[in-house]
Design a protein. Structure first.
Length: 62
């Protein structure tokens, strides 16, 4: 639950939170990764950032 609250807070920060969230994509902690992907997806839904797609795709492939 604390990570979910943190994720929702980062969503309110918006696109300014993306650089730090992208750093989490290299993490192997599945719970942190899930929350980061959730926050990135929500932010990018409202503020389209096509360059983030490649980073997300690389995260799933690795």
């Amino acid at each position: 639950m604390p990570r979910d609250i943190a994720s929702r807070t980062l969503i309110r920060v918006g696109k300014n939170a993306l650089p730090e969230l992208v750093k989490v994509l290299k993490n192997k902690d599945e719970k942190q990764l899930n929350e980061a992907i959730d926050a990135i997806g929500f932010i990018c839904f409202y503020d389209y950032k096509p360059e983030i797609y490649t980073k997300l795709k690389d995260c799933y492939i690795n």
